[in-house]
Design a protein around this ligand. Structure first.
Ligand SMILES: Nc1ncnc2c1ncn2[C@@H]1O[C@H](COP(=O)(O)OP(=O)(O)OP(=O)(O)O)[C@@H](O)[C@H]1O
Length: 213
């Protein structure tokens, strides 16, 4: 099935300033859309809107042609949103963090699946260490383990490369490309230049705003 997220005439205001106005966004199966622009231009805000996490904006969202508020259950069943912060609970181990995320999403999962996902992000041997004792890059990797743990078609990823080392960056770039190639959609913000890919499209922000009158 061809998946499709559309936004029409989005506008969002913060501190008496428009971050963006009249913004249309189209994301389909097989695409990686990189939202780019300078600090504070509204990338995180836009991703939260596209992930259905914010409602204080103008404009409309559609999932597979249906208004998002009517297609919310199927939209959420297809969505994996990783926010700007790793969102890892410091007092829980990586294994427990993944189990906690699964419980939040109503999934049972299995310990074998969680161990495999952690090994896939280079955390074999760290499964039972309290996450608060892991490095920043390792904490980010715990969050990234969810990409394989919880298969979802639409990935909305806010700065997923933060604190990740060179090998990890290459692996994550390959994972984004493979996900799009398999028919998924990726929306990503990053200050890191992504490797060229025929699947990559840029969505620049930063010139739309202005004062609210
Ligand atoms: N909840 C909020 N209340 C008030 N202002 C906010 C709120 N969230 C974001 N902003 C403001 O909106 C602007 C855009 O923030 P946002 O985090 O979306 O930018 P960004 O492009 O992701 O920045 P960066 O590249 O630094 O991560 C900033 O000026 C920020 O202060």
């Amino acid at each position: 099935m061809n998946l499709c997220l559309q936004a029409r005439k989005l506008a969002c205001e913060r501190d008496d300033r428009w971050l963006f106005t009249d913004l249309d966004v189209d994301i389909q199966s097989g695409e990686i859309v990189r939202v780019e622009g300078p600090n504070g231009c509204g990338k995180t805000t836009l991703l939260k809107i596209l992930a259905g996490q914010l409602s204080d904006h103008e404009g409309a969202l559609f999932w597979n042609g249906r208004p998002l508020h009517k297609a919310r259950d199927t939209f959420l069943a297809n969505l994996l949103y990783l926010g700007h912060a790793p969102g890892v609970k410091a007092g829980l181990s990586p294994l427990e963090n993944l189990a906690w995320y699964q419980a939040l999403g109503g999934e049972r999962g299995s310990e074998a699946g969680r161990l495999e996902a952690l090994a896939g992000v280079g955390l074999a041997g760290f499964e039972d260490v309290p996450a608060g004792q892991l490095s920043a890059g390792q904490q980010r990797r715990v969050a990234l383990a969810r990409l394989t743990l919880t298969p979802r078609a639409l990935w909305v990823l806010d700065e997923p490369f933060t604190a990740i080392d060179r090998d990890g960056v290459a692996a994550l770039e390959a994972a984004l490309d493979a996900h799009a190639r398999a028919g998924g959609c990726v929306i990503v913000t990053t200050h890191h230049e992504l490797a060229a890919s025929a699947r990559l499209r840029r969505l620049p922000l930063g010139n739309q705003g202005g004062p609210v009158h």
